[in-house]
Design a protein around this ligand. Structure first.
Ligand code: FES
Length: 258
């Protein structure tokens, strides 16, 4: 299978990204094979070599992994890969009758692909959803508790969807944005942004009145200090003045003696 350069680059980019999540390249082999199968429908020898080159693993290792697991398609399948579990639990729930009804509706037998390349029908071993059988796996999605009526409605819906899509990538899941390019909507005219209104002049904040009084308080009149009159020094008594006092006291003593 010749891999288009654009698809090859996309696969390598996705594998390089997922490789970062694993300590060893060998551990990234399973998810890398899933990525390749999403884009290319099945894992041919060229696809195995691409995975080996990208992960820098021996091709024999990648081939051993891909051929061990049944989830990797070794040959081309339809856009919708229908895998119906017919193991014991699902068989008891009517899987065999369901398989026959699907074969009749699609016009193919299990293991075949419809002529338009839309459906491949296969029997599968236990899909680990035994409690809700019969289980029908379509690409990566499980549809549980199936019966023929629900299966036919589902198949007709997928058929209608596939008719309106490009089948260039036959295994692309319409619900998977990684493998199905989104239809770009018509570009909406970009509305011009409304002209901005002229900037309002910024009002200067009103200056707060200063708390301090602007007028100087009137100077208090200086308190006039009255000048106290200087006390005149007491006149020193003259020596003559004291003498009479002594005399008078002496006279009084004389009076007492009388
Ligand atoms: S037997 Fe069908 S899912 Fe287990």
């Amino acid at each position: 299978m010749e891999i288009p350069t654009e698809t090859k680059n996309l696969i390598q980019k996705r594998i390089d990204e997922i490789r970062q999540q694993y300590p060893e390249a060998q551990a990234a082999c399973l998810p890398a094979l899933h990525i390749a199968q999403e884009h290319l429908n099945y894992v041919s020898d060229d696809v195995l070599d691409l995975v080996a080159d990208t992960l820098k693993l021996p091709p024999s290792f990648v081939q051993g992994v891909a051929t061990f697991y049944t989830m990797y398609n070794k040959r081309k399948v339809g856009r919708y890969h229908l895998q119906l579990c017919t193991n014991v639990s699902c068989m008891l729930e009517g899987a065999e009758e369901l398989l026959m009804g699907m074969e009749e509706h699609l016009g193919i037998k299990a293991g075949e692909t419809t002529s338009d390349g839309v459906f491949t029908l296969q029997e599968a071993e236990c899909l680990a959803a035994c409690g809700t059988g019969p289980v029908l796996q379509i690409n990566d999605k499980y549809h549980e508790s199936m019966d023929l009526k629900k299966a036919i409605a589902l198949l007709d819906d997928l058929k209608n969807k596939s008719e309106s899509r490009d089948l260039a990538t036959p295994n692309a899941d319409p619900s998977n944005p990684r493998t199905t390019p989104a239809v770009k909507p018509a570009a909406k005219p970009v509305a011009k942004p409304a002209a901005k209104p002229a900037a309002k002049p910024v009002a200067k904040p009103i200056a707060k009145p200063s708390l301090k009084p602007t007028t100087k308080p009137e100077a208090k009149p200086a308190v006039k200090t009255e000048t106290k009159p200087v006390a005149k020094p007491a006149a020193t008594p003259k020596a003559k003045d004291s003498a009479p006092a002594a005399t008078s006291s002496a006279s009084s003593d004389d009076d007492k003696d009388e």
